[in-house]
Design a protein around this ligand. Structure first.
Ligand code: ADP
Ligand code: MG
Length: 714
């Protein structure tokens, strides 16, 4: 092990064979450094070794003794391998049984000294140890490395990809012994001392093989601090940098705003007015706006953003409006077209998969033009507003006079996206303003951290005419009643969404993959078959999923919007932003599989008109936790409160969408601790005040560089 270092790829570790290499890679573990940072999610305390005479049924114990006999038998009836042994210490002997581990008799022999940890069971013939964790004890082992799997506090790792905790301990421990003193300390000594944090070498050991649970906690604290501190450094530095940049000034044009508002079919809420005002005030300044417009689903964010867009356009600059999906981009395109009808605005639509583009010029005529022409119009600034998906940030898309970037539901820092949108040739010295919109209710501590570089405008009320959505949990026996209700609504002319859960496994395995996988599609197809053929043969049922072509999707959505179908069965494609005011029922299958925040998003697809709306949560689960969560949804209409509850009930590992930010579980749980968030923020501020470039801390600066890539690249 002499020539290897922290960056050595796992392929070069002799004990890790090709199969395990593949499994580790699936978890994103490529180097020794990564392995050492693969942390346990809990511990098993086997530190107390007791005499065999003291063991009692149903207790979890750890004993040490000599194997008197060991044999393997095959039970023919149940086709199982049983390994039976007797182990003795100075005080007594006890029987031990393992199921289906036939190789054990090759590993453990009579006369071997072993440590066993596990549950004491009570059978017909007295007590025995059932399936205990075993470890051979040799004098050498005790002296040099200590016990690994028993006789101590033992790490338990998340057992994904068929990687057992036992195997991980076996791999990680020797590496720790070798490398724990070679990991560079990126946190300045002063910060460690002031915050009473463990040094890296101590923390890395104690998080894997803690001497006490208290030390394990201290170790976790150190790593949580480190992660949060890096995030804070990152966002605060970004904020400082931006404040030194220049942007175009968009003069406040009251007459224009008034004209626009007058043309709306509704009255703006006070919250919408307040937010629009804040945004317009920002646009007047010579510094780039960096603002997050946050508002619950259906609170009317789009129209607020469009006020800003219109001002920008009429001041002679362009707007880029980016939506997360094609369906939404098209929806925005249509909405902008109708709201800007009387303002003589050129509007373009650019999505990735299609090679066809549509441009709406002046009033209502839509003309189709080629991609080349569309890009040309964006570049020579003839296009006033270009709406699209991620396709907008391709290199070949260039804007002649970009003044404002609007990001809808991007769930991410917008800084990088804005940077990509800034034209490299024209007004590169000035940076466009940025308005990011989200309905994703996130806990305050998370908002502070993730969006630390953004100013916040909050739409905290819904349009007044809206009725409260009636939410109900539906047990399997009440399914038919719910279907009857759905039919009644459909007969009244209303429409219904049916949402199928995603299959969680595929998501966990590949968190960055597109939301909808083939497994989801299968679920949707099955549900569609059932509903269209068996349950509602008399109604028009359609389906929508992520694997359809953009054209198919568009057609289905358009027809649904135009009331050509009654029921739309879908994956979570419709999660964000879809606006079909005539839909009044949201029926969610497998509701327990979604996070509260996400369920709240789904629910927000209905209740968008004067009609009473309903949300039915179907679940087969009788788990208390599930019902507690779903009840929270019934009792609260406030997405922000729900997200806090979700974090509290489910714990950070489950928090919906946290993977989107590239934040590890440990950090998510740290985020529950608002005082830690504030502490790291303060510390980051102090460090940046000394030097924005972190001159005194090259290690920290390097790490921040890597961190940046990790958070941003999709
Ligand atoms: P979200 O904030 O979820 O993006 P939208 O901007 O899609 O919400 O608005 C939801 C619906 O509410 C749209 O049909 C929009 O036209 C309508 N709307 C927006 N503001 C108001 C208002 N003040 N009063 C009534 N309806 C409104
Ligand atoms: Mg929206």
């Amino acid at each position: 092990m002499t020539s290897i270092n922290l960056n050595t790829p796992i392929e070069q570790i002799a004990r890790i064979g090709p199969i395990y290499q593949r499994k580790l890679k699936k978890l994103g573990i490529k180097t020794i450094q990564d392995l050492l940072h693969h942390f346990p999610h809990r511990y098993e305390d086997f530190s107390n070794i007791i005499p065999i005479s003291k063991i009692k049924p149903n207790e979890t114990v750890c004993i040490q003794g000599k194997i008197l006999e060991i044999k393997m038998i095959r039970t023919w009836k149940r086709k199982m391998f049983l390994t039976q042994a007797v182990v003795e210490d100075e005080t007594n002997a006890v029987k031990v049984v393992w199921f289906n581990q036939p190789y054990l008799t090759n590993v453990l022999k009579p006369g071997d000294n072993v440590c066993l940890a596990g549950k004491v069971a009570l059978g017909d013939k007295g007590v025995h140890l059932s399936n205990p964790t075993y470890e051979k004890v040799t004098g050498y082992k005790l002296q040099v490395t200590g016990l690994t799997h028993t006789g101590r506090i033992v790490p338990v790792y998340p057992e994904t990809e068929g990687l057992s905790s036992r195997w991980l301990r076996y791999i990680i421990k020797p590496l720790l012994i070798n490398f724990k003193d070679k990991i560079p300390e990126i946190l300045p000594l002063k910060i460690l001392q002031k915050n009473k944090l463990l040094s890296i070498s101590r923390a890395i050991w104690q998080i894997h093989f803690p001497d006490s649970l208290a030390l394990a906690k201290k170790a976790q604290e150190r790593f949580s601090f480190e992660e949060l501190f890096l995030i804070e450094l990152f966002v605060l530095r970004e904020r400082l940098r931006l404040s030194q940049e220049k942007a175009v000034k968009i003069p406040f044009n009251l007459a224009l705003v008034k004209k626009f508002i007058k043309g709306l079919a509704f009255k703006l809420t006070d919250a919408q007015r307040k937010c629009a005002w804040q945004i317009l005030k920002d646009l007047e300044k010579p510094r780039p706006m960096n603002r997050l417009l946050e508002g619950d689903v259906g609170s009317g964010k789009t129209v607020v953003a469009l006020i800003a867009a219109l001002e920008t356009i009429k001041a002679g600059y362009q707007v880029a409006f980016m939506a997360p999906t094609e369906i939404l981009a098209k929806q925005h395109f249509q909405e902008v077209g109708s709201l800007f009808r009387d303002f003589n605005v050129n509007i373009g639509l650019l999505t990735g998969k299609e090679d066809k583009f549509v441009s709406r010029k002046l009033k209502r005529e839509i003309i189709e033009i080629s991609r080349v022409k569309l890009l040309e119009k964006a570049k020579n600034a003839e296009m006033n507003i270009l709406i699209g998906t991620h396709a907008l940030i391709q290199d070949k898309v260039k804007f002649g006079k970009l003044g404002l970037v609007i990001l809808d539901e991007q769930h991410r820092f917008g800084v990088e996206q804005r940077a990509k949108l800034v034209s490299r040739e024209t007004n590169a010295k000035k940076i466009p303003h940025l308005l990011s919109m989200t309905a994703t209710p996130i806990p305050r501590s998370l908002a502070l951290t993730i969006y630390g570089d953004l100013d916040l405008s909050l739409i905290d009320e819904l349009p007044k005419e809206r009725k409260k959505i009636i939410t109900k949990v539906v047990a399997p026996k009440d399914r038919q009643n719910a279907y009857d209700f759905v039919r009644k609504e459909a007969k009244k002319g209303r429409q219904i969404f049916v949402l199928c859960p995603r299959i969680e496994k595929s998501e966990i395995r590949n968190p960055k993959k597109e939301i909808s996988s083939w497994a989801d599609v299968k679920a949707v197809k099955e549900e569609y078959e059932k509903l269209s053929k068996e349950i509602f043969p008399d109604l028009k049922v359609k389906m929508l999923h992520g694997k359809m072509t953009p054209k198919e999707k568009e057609k289905i959505m358009k027809n649904f919007k135009n009331k050509k179908s009654d029921i739309l069965v879908s994956t979570s494609v419709i999660e964000v932003g879809i606006d079909v005011p005539n839909a009044t029922v949201m029926l969610i299958e497998g509701a327990e599989r979604f996070g509260l925040a996400q369920l709240h998003q789904f629910r927000g697809r209905v209740g968008r008109s004067k009609y009473q709306s309903y949300c039915f949560l179907f679940t087969d689960s009788s788990a208390l936790k599930t019902h507690k969560r779903l009840r929270a949804l019934i009792s609260s209409e406030n997405g922000f409160k729900l997200s806090e509850k979700d974090l509290a009930i489910r714990g950070p590992g489950d928090f919906t969408g946290h993977r989107q930010w590239g934040i590890p579980d440990l950090t998510m749980s740290a985020l529950k601790d608002i005082s830690l968030v504030e502490k790291t923020r303060e510390t980051a501020k102090e460090i940046l005040e000394q030097s924005m470039e972190l001159k005194k801390y090259p290690l920290l600066r390097d790490r921040l560089g890597k961190f940046r890539q990790k958070i941003h690249l999709e």
